[in-house]
Every structure is written in structure tokens, then in C-alpha cells.
Design a protein around this ligand. Structure first.
Ligand code: KMH
Ligand code: ZN
Length: 279
């Protein structure tokens, strides 16, 4: 089995800074956290940004500056969330790629999301997918539910392979309204994947974090961890920072004889276009 791609999702859109002051919400905090996560074994950063009041935003200038800063100060693959928050309009989410990330998330269907709805109609998915192909941005297909696997198949059948020819998906399990954060659900999802899928990762929200990570490693999958998904390191012990979640994931991967891969290996695994400036 190959080594392990570790993705860190450091911020998300759901947690308030007032509730979790160590959540990285400013650009300086995000970059510092990203550097520490890279040193701990991460090779891809899944990015949501916040405005001056720490609220989720898709402001184009902020997105652009964030991509540039992460690209200049880390070697991580920079993946922008096109999911944003449940309140972001589809039109704004379609403009995320203007910031020229290496990768973007692409959620494969609408999901109940707690008391809210995370909207992803099929035509929106198709538009986003074609835009990613045209702009040579590698999508990561986010699968919150088993039905999303079927929608992914439809997308590939209709529009062909992504830029670079690799198909990487991420199971986001344990969202209230999506597939549960159980090994059984993950196994069902993995078994249903289209043959075109070349790599997959998984994350479990909240207390599903560790069981899903262990199961993914055992099945040849990769890992996503971070404060977007989990704010508790252990029972009664809040997460100190994202790097400790990455360090634990890297340790687990090493124990499983699938150590964290380098950023160079991750770029090759996902066939990311090299946008880094040459000196
Ligand atoms: N914040 C969620 C509503 C993504 O980043 O693409 C959507 C999400 C998925 O986090
Ligand atoms: Zn996200």
C-alpha cells in the first residue's frame, strides 16, 4: 500500500471564533498553522476563509491573497473550499476558482447539514466541474452520502476526467444529515466508488474522527483531519491546534506502515498543475 496523503482542514465555516479562540481565522493565523501542519506531515490544506469579523466569507480578494500567501510560504497543495458556508449563494461559490487554487472541493450533492441544507444541485456541480477542467484546477470530490457516489459517476460519465486525469475523492462522514461516521458506512462508500477513482481519503466529524481515520488507513485510504471537522483531541480535552491533529494522524499512519507522503508525492498523486513561482 502507498504512503498516506494527509489533508488538513484547519478552519471550516461552522465554528465561531468567539467559541474557539484558537481557530485560525486571520490570514496570519492560517499561514502559521499551515506551516506547522506541513512540518507535522500534511501535504494538502483545505481552506475556508473569514472576514475581518471572523465570519465566513468568499470575498474574491481575500481568497486570492490567501492562495498567494499559502503558496509563497508553504509547499502545501492549496485547495479552496467551494462549499463555503451553508449561507453562501451558488453564484459566489462559482467564482472561487478566480483565485487560482491548485485544487478545489466539489461536493457531489445536496445534504441536510444539521438544521440547515448544504445546497449542491447537479447543474451547479456540472458548471463547477467544467470550470475546474478549463482552469486546470484539480477537484476533490466531497462525498457526504452514498447517493453522492452515484452523482460522481454521472459527472464523470457526462464530462470526462478532471484536469490531470486523476480522480481523488474525500468521504466526509458524520455530518448530521449525511452518512454516519461508521466503518460500515465508509466500507459501503468505498465499495461503490467508480473505477475511475484513483485515490480516496476520509474524515469523521467529531467523535468519528479516530475510528474513521483508522478504518481508512486499513483500507488503503488517505486521511483528512483538522479543526473544521473536530474540536476535541480526546474526551474532555479540546484541540490545541491543527498541527497536533496532523501529528497524531501521521503517527497513526506510520504505525500502519503507511507514513505521510511528501508534498511532492502528493502533487504527483493528485496530478496537480505546478503554479509555484520559479526563482
Ligand atoms: N461548510 C460546509 C457547508 C466544502 O468545503 O466544500 C461545506 C463544506 C464542504 O465544508
Ligand atoms: Zn470544507
Amino acid at each position: 500500500m502507498p504512503g498516506t496523503l494527509i489533508t488538513v482542514a484547519p478552519t471550516g465555516a461552522e465554528t465561531a471564533k468567539a467559541d474557539v479562540p484558537n481557530l485560525p481565522t486571520t490570514l496570519d493565523e492560517l499561514v502559521a498553522e499551515a506551516k506547522a501542519c506541513e512540518a507535522a506531515g500534511a501535504s494538502l490544506v483545505h481552506v475556508h476563509i473569514r472576514d475581518g469579523e471572523h465570519r465566513p466569507t468568499l470575498d474574491p480578494e481575500r481568497l486570492h491573497d490567501t492562495v498567494q500567501a499559502l503558496r509563497e510560504q508553504t509547499d502545501l497543495i492549496v485547495q479552496l473550499s467551494t462549499g463555503g458556508s451553508v449561507h453562501d449563494p451558488l453564484e459566489q461559490r462559482l467564482r472561487v476558482l478566480d483565485a487560482e487554487p491548485d485544487s478545489c472541493s466539489l461536493t457531489c450533492g445536496t445534504t441536510n447539514f444539521g438544521d440547515d441544507v448544504f445546497l449542491n444541485p447537479y447543474p451547479f456541480m456540472g458548471q463547477l466541474y467544467q470550470q475546474a477542467q478549463e482552469r486546470e484546477v484539480v477537484p476533490e470530490f466531497e462525498l457526504f452520502d452514498l447517493g453522492h457516489v452515484a452523482a460522481l459517476r454521472r459527472l464523470i460519465d457526462t464530462y470526462g476526467l478532471p484536469y490531470g486525469g486523476k480522480v481523488h475523492v474525500d468521504f466526509v462522514t458524520g455530518v448530521p444529515g449525511g452518512m454516519p461516521g461508521t466503518v460500515e458506512a465508509l466500507v459501503a462508500g468505498v465499495q461503490a466508488l467508480p473505477a475511475e477513482v484513483t485515490s480516496w481519503s476520509a474524515t469523521g466529524i467529531g467523535r468519528a474522527h479516530l475510528p474513521i481515520a483508522a478504518a481508512a488507513l486499513g483500507m488503503g485510504g488517505h486521511l483528512r483531519v483538522g479543526m473544521e471537522d473536530n474540536l476535541m483531541y480526546a474526551r474532555g480535552r479540546p484541540v490545541r491546534d491543527n498541527a497536533e491533529l496532523v501529528a497524531r494522524a501521521a503517527e497513526l499512519a506510520s504505525v500502519m506502515q503507511r507514513p505521510a507522503i511528501s508534498t511532492a508525492e502528493a502533487r504527483s498523486l493528485l496530478a496537480v498543475r505546478d503554479r509555484r513561482a520559479r526563482s
